[in-house]
Design a protein around this ligand. Structure first.
Ligand SMILES: [Zn+2]
Length: 175
């Protein structure tokens, strides 16, 4: 069986999103709690991926634990697993577990489906510029954003499970 990700029939990949090139757009209303996408791929050690595959398949991956990612391993697998979910500082989806993307609020037809990468990225040192246009835009997005207290409060249970566990086990800063 072919490697694949699931994308809800209420969403569609588009070539021109308002945020960044490819994107995922709602073509029917999506209700809070509904599954928008489930990411597929090969389960591979992060370091191994960076050494052997990153140059080949780029960043169409999802981190699922400290040292593991879901990724395509060959160029012709990219289109089968990529879900084109862009980052926004004002997201409408989050995670349930590590691979299931669910709506955090109701999403209207024509809205781009977006997540805050803070909910899925861990300690990767590469910073990304953000031009999402949200009032709350952080401008620079890093792999350490999950550790921001305000974002932890904002997203709560919608962090990827491995990050949520880190957040729960990090003692609060002493006053
Ligand atoms: Zn932003």
């Amino acid at each position: 069986m072919k490697l694949t990700s699931y994308i809800s029939p209420k969403a569609k990949k588009v070539v021109q999103s308002k945020i960044a090139g490819h994107g995922l757009i709602a073509i029917e209303p999506i209700s809070i709690g509904e599954i928008v996408a489930i990411k597929g791929g090969h389960i591979i050690d992060l370091k191994l991926f960076e050494e052997r595959c990153e140059s080949l398949v780029g960043m169409s991956i999802l981190q699922i634990d400290d040292n593991f990612v879901l990724a395509p391993l060959e160029k012709d697998e990219i289109e089968d697993v990529v879900i084109y979910i862009n980052h926004s500082c004002n997201p409408n989806i989050g995670l349930r577990g590590e691979i299931t993307f669910v709506a955090m609020r109701n999403i209207n037809i024509g809205e781009e489906i977006v997540i805050d990468y803070a909910m899925i990225q861990n300690n990767n040192d590469e910073a990304m510029q953000c031009n999402c246009g949200a009032e709350t835009c952080r401008k620079i997005i890093t792999g350490h954003d999950w550790s921001h207290k305000d974002l932890q409060e904002k997203y709560g249970r919608y962090f990827s499970a491995f990050l949520r566990e880190k957040i729960e086990n990090t003692p609060p800063n002493p006053l």
